[in-house]
Design a protein around this ligand. Structure first.
Ligand SMILES: Nc1nc2c(ncn2[C@@H]2O[C@H](COP(=O)(O)OP(=O)(O)OP(=O)(O)O)[C@@H](O)[C@H]2O)c(=O)[nH]1
Length: 233
């Protein structure tokens, strides 16, 4: 297998209060459909879509998590290993806006800092808005996140959200790869396939066996983008 045959897979979690449009966003993006019916997500759901971004084939694995607090214990486990995050709230639901900080914290507790977009959904209902654009801007700045306005119903900006996150992840991956290569240290999640390892660190056995190294990184908070990616040396 050649390196270029390996695809990059990125796990994205979509979080936010119930009924802000998380499931709808994923359905829209992966299936191109929208339904007016509300069926609350029980626990977690999952869909994926393959895209080309910045010259790379990328498989996006989109994890739709329940917004209802009763499912918190279940959903938390699914945040683990996420490499990007959508923090969603609704234009017509004040509580969902006010809950954003706590959603960010929940994800950060499991994943550290990962590329994140703050999404104000349902902008087709702007005349019923319960949030002030300035406070939304301020929140985005305070969280250090890009802010995007979407209408899943009218298919506004949904693609842009996932494209932005993918692009950010790819930049981070390249940066980390260069950093590890520059330090002459093997990548934290590396498959050494049938070749002599460059040094005999834990997990490498020197006889050409395929070894999947653990995802330990120097700084878990910042360097967890590559947890789920594998590369062939
Ligand atoms: N007007 C409008 N309605 C939307 C939009 N996006 C979603 N909805 C509606 O909002 C309701 C809730 O959407 P869901 O996607 O089920 O919400 P959710 O965030 O996944 O909810 P949980 O599963 O409970 O966490 C549904 O009736 C959708 O049709 C939008 O952009 N505009």
């Amino acid at each position: 297998m050649r390196e270029e045959d390996l695809e990059i897979a990125i796990k994205v979690v979509i979080v936010g209060n119930g009924a802000v449009g998380k499931s709808s966003m994923i359905q829209r993006y992966c299936k191109g459909t929208f339904t007016k019916d509300y069926k609350k997500t029980i626990g977690v759901d999952f869909l994926e879509r393959q895209i080309e971004c910045d010259g790379e084939e990328v498989r996006l694995m989109l994890w739709d998590t329940a917004g209802q607090e009763e499912f918190d214990a279940i959903t938390k486990a699914y945040y683990r290993g996420a490499q990007a995050c959508v923090l969603a709230f609704s234009t017509t639901d004040r509580d969902s806006f006010e809950a954003i900080q706590s959603w960010k914290k929940k994800v950060e507790d499991e994943c550290g800092e990962i590329p994140t977009v703050l999404v104000q959904n349902k902008i087709d209902l702007l005349e019923q808005t319960v949030v002030d654009p300035e406070e939304v801007d301020l929140l985005a700045r305070a969280l250090g996140c890009r802010l995007m306005h979407t209408s899943v119903k009218e298919d506004v900006n949904v693609n842009a959200v996932f494209r932005f996150l993918t692009s950010r992840c790819l930049i981070e991956m390249r940066r980390e790869e260069e950093e590890y290569m520059g330090n002459n240290v093997l990548h934290p999640l590396t498959i050494c396939a049938f070749g002599p390892p460059t040094h005999n660190n834990k997990g490498l056995n020197g006889n050409g066996t395929i070894v999947l190294r653990s995802g330990k990184t120097k700084n878990r908070k910042k360097k967890n983008l590559l947890k789920n990616t594998c590369r062939l040396l």
